[in-house]
Design a protein around this ligand. Structure first.
Ligand code: NAD
Length: 467
């Protein structure tokens, strides 16, 4: 494999679109508005680069380790740019950059292992693993770098090449990331394309793509799967969630309140596996509302670049309107805002951290994914009622159970219909574990060896045993 050299990310034919700072609502830069017909040459270059990239696993691992170093070296440029376009506090952007590098290092060490198969017949079969070819990745705006790395680290480690499309709300940090990675990866192994729809739709249905790995909303996930069906490309979908936290009778409210609060409000609630509904026993409900509302009122909300800010703005005007609609509907349905309940009267896309009591269980803030800093706390009478309510939506991403008796909490966690259930935590993930939504929350598996093998095709060699 030739020694990679630094090089700029390719520009498109000239059209550009504005990128807004959510802390002000004003444009601060632009990104190339690439057109769908540019994808043919991008995918063809990815296909050509694949032949060299797939050939040498040891060289790949070395390149991916160097890529991790390059990401870390670029952290002081990447993190502020990420905060500027995404909104999150700067410390969280640094953490996101660090996780991006960590993911590259983790997957660099994974090697596909041949597996002999023996079923008693006089044949020797062996399963070997082959990369798929050019992979398309499409990601949203809530964790642009981290979610991109969750796609490219396993796909590239498995020997595929990738065309990656970030959200048009957050294209810039991903472009900068691509130029950092370009110092370590051979040309065309990872190409970032930016632009507005139908760029993503055309990428998902491009005939040269062998695997479409998508993170985003359920509605778009369905469209992506339909598009990929045209070429029968493999599809991995990581979709929306509406995670429930079930508090048990023996929970120590004050002890868990900080953790529960941040599990709901981190990144302004714009986390697929944030706590989005809390179920508390009747007896404890008022205390839980009070503990969460107290924190919601005291948290510092401001521009992500201000070191005092603990919560930034939500990412975009469309998102702000959606959150406001959901909160207004809940209040009209009879909910009471124990904290917040409204947008903040200042420029940018700020919504007050909101804790809702007395919310009817059929209000959209409970039944839909509002994806913002709004948290309904709902009372329950029996544990069966709580589990039924927690499982009572089409979502199935994550869930959690909170209590003092860990065995009991684990037994309740086992009844949740979701891909990951936490006890006294929520949304903590290890790089080594699988991550998969059930029901409408996803198709396929990301993370750990499962995510790695999801980027490989089994190839079986079947021969008679030696005489
Ligand atoms: P979205 O579905 O609107 O967009 C996601 C991506 O798809 C963006 O890059 C967008 O430009 C692109 N896109 C839009 N229309 C498309 C089309 N027709 N074909 C192909 N691509 C298209 O989602 P969003 O608003 O950017 O992100 C928020 C959603 O993402 C939430 O539902 C959240 O739960 C989900 N999410 C899920 C996970 C997970 O791992 N399960 C992680 C983060 C976010």
């Amino acid at each position: 494999m030739p020694t990679p050299q630094p090089r700029p990310v390719p520009e498109s034919r000239g059209a550009r679109f504005a990128v807004l700072d959510p802390a002000t609502g004003e444009a601060f830069d632009e990104a190339p508005d690439q057109q769908p017909d540019e994808l043919d040459s991008v995918v063809e270059r990815a296909r050509r680069a694949w032949h060299g990239w797939r050939a040498d696993p040891a060289a790949r691992a070395t390149a991916l380790r160097a890529a991790a170093d390059a990401v870390e070296a670029a952290a002081t440029d990447l993190a502020p740019l990420l905060t500027r376009e995404q909104g999150k506090p700067l410390t969280e952007s640094y953490a996101e950059v660090a996780r991006t590098a960590a993911r590259l290092r983790y997957f660099a060490e994974l090697v596909a292992q041949p597996q002999p198969i023996s079923d008693g017949r006089p044949v020797r079969s062996e399963v070997r693993w082959r990369p798929l070819g050019p992979v398309a990745a499409i990601v949203p705006w809530n964790f642009p770098l981290q979610l991109a790395s969750a796609k490219f680290a396993p796909a590239l480690a498995a020997g595929n090449t990738m065309v990656l499309k970030p959200s048009p709300f957050t294209p810039l940090a991903t472009r900068l990331l691509a130029s950092a990675l370009a110092t370590a990866l051979p040309e065309d192994v990872l190409t970032v394309v930016t632009g507005r729809e139908p760029l993503g739709a055309r990428l998902a249905s491009h005939p040269g793509i062998r695997h479409v790995t998508f993170t985003g909303s359920i509605a778009t996930g369905r469209a992506v799967a339909e598009g990929a069906a045209a070429s029968l490309a493999r599809v991995t979908l990581e979709l929306g969630g509406n995670d429930a936290a079930v508090l048990l009778e023996d929970v120590d409210v004050e002890q868990i309140a900080d953790r529960l609060f941040w599990a709901a409000f981190r990144n302004c609630g714009q986390v697929c596996m944030a706590v989005k509904r809390v179920y508390a026993p009747d007896r404890l409900c008022a205390e839980v509302v009070e503990a969460l509302a107290h924190r919601a009122k005291s948290v510092v909300v401001g521009a992500g670049l201000d070191p005092a800010s603990q919560l930034g703005p939500v990412n975009n005007a469309h998102q702000l309107a959606r959150i406001e609609r959901c909160a207004d509907q809940a209040l009209a349905d009879g909910a009471r805002a124990a904290a917040g309940g409204h947008r903040l009267d200042r420029p940018g896309y700020f919504f007050a951290p909101t804790v809702l009591a007395d919310t009817p269980p059929d209000s959209p803030v409970v039944t839909e994914e509002q994806f913002g800093p709004v948290l309904p706390v709902l009372p329950y009478r029996t544990l069966d009622d709580a589990v039924e309510a927690a499982n009572g939506t089409g979502f199935g991403l994550g869930g959690s159970v909170w209590g003092t008796d860990l065995d009991r909490a684990e037994a309740v966690a086992g009844r949740l219909e979701c891909g990951t259930a936490w006890i006294n935590h929520h949304a903590e993930l290890s790089l080594a574990q699988p991550f998969a939504g059930t029901k409408d929350s996803g198709v396929g598996v990301a993370g750990g060896p499962w995510g790695f093998y999801g980027n490989l095709q089994p190839f079986v060699v079947h021969r008679p045993q030696e005489a």
